[in-house]
Design a protein around this ligand. Structure first.
Ligand code: SAM
Ligand code: SF4
Length: 363
């Protein structure tokens, strides 16, 4: 019975190659070559959390009372640009800014604007963001102007009361206006919804119909064990296998190869014509093709969302105005990228798989 279970992590990267002795002879290369990890996965996707702050307090993500990082610990916008650009030079073609809520970072549009040069040069194929949508009415046009083509908006419910309960103080109307502003600005919108047991579980069909009606795809996400919360994750966890089985009673779900470059597995819903994605991190089903790494707003590089190992890129950034040390630090970190994460579910344990919240690592 999943409801009585706790979520924890267990090491499973036991067959990791020794450092420097990866399959087919992985070896760190120069500062302009493609980054490749020890499992020969090219690293082409960087997610950057530009702030740990947020204007909402979603119950699965944060506690109501949170202490945020002091400003001096954050990378400046210039440092964030330098760091992203170093990855772009090494083969990153997709860059996603996230948070916390990326649009609450002061002057964040300046960062989008400066990063857009990599779109113009052709080095970057996609510049995008994940947002809760509350500030999209203000920024949608400028985002489009900076070359952003798609935006992921997190929305777990269309019921204003439930929305407030899940986000603790959010205003649904603002988010819906933001989504509309994005559409009008010409941005494709992907809706992300966390499936929450006993909360939105019986609304997911309506949410899907609404999203598909509006021309948006919908991706459902399982609650992940990230960061200590005052609420129990095991009480929130709703396996997507169950959601999918229920949806199959009502809809024809046609499996697709379509990949967004992310971990979602997609189906086309025959009756609505829309795309539906499932992100099921608790079944390890996407690690083998992982092409991504994440950087926090303090410049800590996490090679895997579900592992603690990390590298301090801020020190390398601040040690020198040249990028040599930064490039070395990146190369060295990628050589330690693990095979995968270890989320599993178990009854006895209450602690999260990793101590940091999703808002720190960047979802
Ligand atoms: N504030 C932005 C937003 O909500 O879209 C960006 C950051 S948020 C951390 C990114 C995504 O992570 C959101 O879709 C959110 O629903 C998801 N998320 C946060 N905590 C999570 C958790 N513990 N398990 C699964 N998804 C989570
Ligand atoms: Fe904020 Fe996004 Fe976390 Fe919700 S999921 S609290 S919007 S960072």
């Amino acid at each position: 019975m999943i409801g009585a279970m706790m979520i924890r992590t267990e090491k499973f990267n036991r067959d990791r190659p020794e450092s420097g002795a990866g399959p087919a002879g992985f070896s760190p290369r120069g500062a302009s070559s493609q980054l490749v990890d020890p499992y020969l996965r090219p690293i082409t996707y960087l997610r950057v959390s530009v702030t740990d702050r947020c204007d909402l307090r979603c119950v699965y993500c944060m506690n109501e009372e949170m202490s945020f990082l002091p400003k001096r610990d954050l990378l400046t916008l210039e440092e964030l640009d330098r760091l992203c650009s170093a990855f772009v030079r090494r083969g990153t073609t997709k860059l996603r800014l996230t948070g916390g809520e990326p649009l609450v970072r002061r002057d964040v549009m300046r960062l989008f604007r400066s990063l857009s040069r990599h779109l113009e040069s052709g080095a970057l194929k996609e510049l995008t963001l994940t947002t809760n949508g509350t500030l999209l009415t203000r920024h949608a046009n400028e985002l489009a102007d900076c070359g952003v083509r798609r935006v992921n908006v997190s929305l777990d419910t269309l019921d204003p009361v439930r929305f407030r309960r899940i986000t603790r103080w959010g205003d649904l109307a603002k988010v819906l206006d933001g989504i509309e502003a994005a559409r009008v600005a010409g941005l494709a919108v992907k809706i992300n919804a966390v499936a929450l047991k006993g909360e939105n579980e019986h609304e997911l069909v309506d949410l899907m119909r609404w999203a598909h009606d509006q021309g948006h795809s919908l991706t459902l996400i399982e609650v992940m064990p990230l960061g200590e919360l005052s609420t129990m994750r095991s009480d929130q966890y709703l396996p997507l296998s169950l959601v999918r089985a229920r949806l199959s009673n009502e809809f024809t779900l046609e499996d697709l190869d379509h990949s967004s470059g992310g971990p979602a597995r997609y189906v086309r819903v025959k009756e609505t014509g829309g795309l539906l994605g499932f992100i099921t991190p608790l079944t390890h089903n996407f690690c083998e093709s992982c092409n991504r790494v994440r950087v926090t707003c303090t410049g800590t590089l996490y090679m895997c969302l579900g592992q603690e190992d990390a590298a301090d890129l801020r020190a390398a950034l601040r040690a020198s105005p040249e990028d040599e040390l930064l490039d070395q630090a990146i190369t060295e970190a990628i050589s330690r990228k693990p095979k995968g994460h270890d989320f599993v579910i178990e009854r006895r344990r209450t602690e999260p798989a990793v101590a940091r919240h999703m808002s720190v690592t960047g979802g």
